[in-house]
Design a protein around this ligand. Structure first.
Ligand code: AMP
Ligand code: GLY
Length: 418
């Protein structure tokens, strides 16, 4: 199978790593990729938001499967363009991707499907905003309706800060605060059959002890020893299957990766958000534990043949990933800093700890890999349990030098120590 992956972050590096280990995959391509993915796949420079350009590339490579990683190309309709060319694509249509692209659309689908989520108001005027803030009280949860790379959400006890964020958005969703731990549960679906993956937990805040601003995600682990083992089945029944059924009923079936961001509250599981793609950094730990070769599953989802897929097989062990972020992330990150220590990780820790690249590129003049984004590396490790995986991940992090960088030191700490 010839596979083309669209995207260039650590999630795509994790996908490419799994695909490269799959004996069914005979050729692996990625656009645009990054310095790490370049070691596994042939890179192509293409505008990933240009559906026709991606479809042309896929056709010229005679790809049997295109996997679209990030949300922006999905919302821009890249999957539609590839599918229209008759090439199987893992990733929802632009219409179905509105589940991530518009918080208001997601709320509407959940209401119709009876999926449990926070009560909310969609507001466009200052009067509506004040009414909604009043109705819920602190802590306030204020979400920009559009795509904001995980940074459009403000959760605060300060009503002025909440109001200021709301007023800065064109359309805003104001909702009830959900307490309780967060879980990310992914499912692969062909629009009808839904296969949940194993749950993971992401660390969204920039600094230790959940301090600092929200980020795209600073680390993750799987499995969740504290969670009910029936969680995935419960979420399949109450959230994932009803959502997929509702989108099919509307004539806009969702095929690809459905990501449920959940809060486990005292009153039960509630959806915080949906995403229309693999989450980053959770994908790094979920794929690290998946034993079933991934290409066939993604292709069966892309072609509507998931019903015949046998149950997925998982390692009993654990996986942890720690994100190394550049100076100033999540504000305007500094880029172009040299990265060293990558070879040491490969030599000393491989294959149980490995570095997945997020924002990196090879600086040909300097003959070196340099930072090229906010999240730079996702250092991932596996082990028989979380404590072992965690120790390996942090040992590998310690071998890497990136001037000015920061990372959290408490990823999976609580879960590993029971
Ligand atoms: P989102 O982009 O919707 O995932 O929101 C980003 C983060 O904001 C989530 O991971 C939560 O930590 C927090 N958040 C969002 N909605 C709520 C809510 N209703 N109650 C509490 N925290 C929330
Ligand atoms: N890990 C959060 C996200 O991918 O949106």
């Amino acid at each position: 199978m010839k596979v083309l992956v669209i995207g260039g972050g650590a999630r795509e590096h994790a996908l490419c790593r799994s695909l490269s280990l799959d004996p069914d995959v005979t050729a692996l391509h990625c656009a645009p990729g990054n310095a790490g993915i370049a070691e596994l796949a042939t890179l192509h420079a293409v505008d990933v938001l240009d559906g026709a350009a991606v479809a042309d590339l896929a056709a010229s490579l005679e790809a049997d499967l295109v996997v679209v990683g990030p949300e922006a190309p999905l919302v821009a309709g890249v999957s539609d363009a590839v599918r229209d060319r008759g090439i199987p694509v893992f990733g929802p249509s632009a219409e179905a991707a509105q589940l991530e692209g518009s918080k208001a659309f997601a709320k509407d689908v959940m209401a119709a499907a009876g999926v449990p989520t926070a009560r909310s108001y969609v507001c466009t005027t200052p009067e509506e905003i004040d009414e909604a803030l009043d109705a819920f009280g602190a802590p306030y949860v204020v979400k920009d309706d559009g795509l904001a790379a995980g940074k459009g959400v403000v959760v605060t006890a300060d009503v002025e800060q909440a109001r200021a964020h709301a007023l800065a958005c064109e359309r805003v969703v104001i909702e009830e605060f959900l307490d309780g731990p967060e879980v990310s549960l992914f499912a692969i679906t062909d629009g009808e059959t839904v296969l949940p993956l194993q749950p993971a937990q992401d660390f969204k805040r920039a600094y230790d002890a959940d301090e600092g601003p929200n980020t795209g995600g600073m680390g993750a682990y799987s499995p969740l020893p504290w969670a009910d083992p029936r969680l995935a089945d419960e979420v399949l029944e109450t959230v994932l299957q009803p959502t997929v059924d509702e989108l099919r009923r509307r004539g806009t079936p969702f095929s690809g990766l459905l990501y449920a961001g959940l809060a486990i509250t005292s009153r039960g599981v509630r959806v915080i958000e949906f995403n229309a793609r693999f989450g980053d950094p959770e994908t790094q730990v979920v794929l690290a534990r998946l034993k079933t070769p991934v290409a066939g599953v993604l292709r069966n989802a892309a072609t509507g043949n998931l019903a015949a897929e046998p149950p997925l097989r998982w390692s009993d062990g654990a996986a942890v990933t720690v994100v190394i972020a550049s100076h100033n992330y999540p504000d305007t990150p500094r880029t172009g800093d040299p990265i060293s220590g990558l070879e040491e990780v490969a030599e000393e820790d491989g294959p149980k700890a490995y570095v997945l690249h997020a924002g990196t590129r090879r600086d040909e003049a300097a003959g070196q890999v340099v930072s090229a984004g906010g999240r730079v590396l996702s250092v991932t490790a596996t082990g028989s349990d979380l404590a072992t995986a965690r120790e390996r991940a942090y040992r590998a992090v310690g071998r890497i030098t990136l001037p000015g960088s920061h990372h959290r030191t408490d990823i999976a700490l609580k879960a590993a120590s029971g």
